[in-house]
Design a binder for this molecule. Structure first.
Ligand SMILES: Nc1ncnc2c1ncn2[C@@H]1O[C@H](COP(=O)(O)OP(=O)(O)OP(=O)(O)O)[C@@H](O)[C@H]1O
Ligand SMILES: [Mg+2]
Length: 369
């Protein structure tokens, strides 16, 4: 309870720091993410969380390796443009190809730069951070990259995001239909993760309402009020939208509701650390009206810290540690979630097909994962 109070006080006392100074305003940059099709829904996962060093890259690798044990073909993508290190974590010191080769059109298809790792069925697309400007790709480059990611041949694609709230990181996170927020049990990680989720939400809203000047005026009052009175909670934003019209109010609610994500706590040392996750969910609910789903926690394990410099061997021989740390269960949870989602997705398709057709003989098959 005290953690919740502490966390809440951070946002109550310093809303301006959280909302304005620390996190850059989210502007429309003209970027429109490519449409996500049905098949992609269960495949693409982004691991983000705002704060550096909470274990995003490590968890991405361990999760990917565990998913291969479920018979899945997995591709990890180093989406930490400008701060990449997934290659080292997967035991590839000098990658033959990196995302730079794709961005600079040295290869035409992203499939060509997916490299094998010591784990069967686990591939990695390495990033690069030694090229000026790579951290801020142009919209056309981003759209091409996203379009190629959509067509990667894998059961599961895991995007390892960088720290912070750059537009590129936010866009990767929003592009993935399945999102994981990773937290470590420190108030700084909580604050950064909250800021990350809030900025994502505002970016999503900015995109959804970019052609509606009235709505944009209200959204901008959440970001930077200027002369007008500030809108400091999403609940107030919802009220303001409803006063514009029922349609705008419903569109806003639907847009917020569609920002789904799971929450994982990493480096848990004692039981009370897990409570931070609950506090995070409560605060996200209260202030942003979104409901992250609690996925579980990963304990702090000295062996991981020690073996980080010999990750090649770790992936080759150390699958035992991954299993002992509960990744196998975590992976199974995610697979089950995929299964549930693919079921509900298929039934959504089924319903719309039935509604749109007078022929009720259409048979819809459900793929089991
Ligand atoms: N469960 C864990 N047990 C022990 N150590 C861990 C655990 N998770 C992460 N670490 C340690 O935290 C370090 C940072 O992890 P990682 O590089 O994955 O963070 P990150 O969130 O990707 O950081 P960045 O945002 O800078 O890319 C690792 O090198 C490892 O030493
Ligand atoms: Mg990282």
């Amino acid at each position: 309870m005290w953690l919740y109070k502490l966390f809440k006080s951070i946002f109550k006392k310093t809303p301006d720091r959280v909302n304005k100074t620390r996190y850059r305003p989210v502007k429309t940059t003209g970027f429109v993410a490519p449409q996500i099709d049905m098949e992609l829904k269960s495949q693409l996962w982004a691991v983000g969380g705002g704060k550096g060093g909470v274990g995003k890259s490590l968890i991405t690798v361990m999760l990917g390796a565990s998913l291969t044990r479920w018979g899945k073909k997995v591709i990890l993508v180093d989406a930490d443009l400008g701060g990449s290190n997934l290659n080292l974590l997967t035991g590839i010191k000098y990658p033959r190809y990196t995302l730079i080769d794709f961005m600079q059109r040295k290869v035409e298809n992203i499939e060509e730069i997916a490299l094998n790792t010591p784990v069967e069925n686990l591939k990695v697309i390495c990033g690069a951070d030694d090229i000026l400007g790579i951290a801020n790709p142009k919209n056309a480059q981003k759209i091409r990259l996203f379009n190629h990611l959509k067509h990667l041949k894998a059961d599961i694609i895991l995007l390892d995001l960088g720290a912070g709230t750059s537009y590129t990181t936010l866009d990767f996170f929003l592009f993935a239909p399945n999102r994981i927020i990773l937290l470590s049990p420190q108030s700084t990680a909580m604050q950064n993760a909250y800021g990350f989720v809030k900025t994502c939400l505002l970016r999503k809203l900015t995109r959804a309402f970019r052609n509606d000047a009235e709505c944009m005026k209200l959204i901008n009052r959440c970001i930077d009020s200027g002369e007008d009175e500030r809108i400091d909670t999403i609940t107030k934003l919802k009220d303001a939208f409803t006063s514009l019209g029922k349609e705008q109010g419903s569109k806003l609610s639907a847009c917020i509701k569609s920002l789904k994500m799971g929450l994982l706590i990493n480096m848990v040392k004692e039981h009370k650390d897990i409570n931070l996750g609950r506090s995070f969910i409560t605060v996200a609910n209260e202030y942003l009206t979104i409901n992250p789903e609690y996925l579980g926690f990963i304990e702090y394990d000295k062996r991981v810290d020690k073996s980080i410099n010999r990750m090649a061997d770790f992936l080759k021989d150390g699958m035992g540690i991954i299993t002992e740390m509960g990744f196998y269960d975590l992976a199974s949870k995610i697979v089950k979630k995929m299964y549930k989602e693919s079921l509900s997705l298929k039934s959504e398709v089924a319903n719309s097909k039935l509604q749109n057709s007078t022929n009720t003989n259409n048979k819809i098959t459900v793929n089991k994962v």
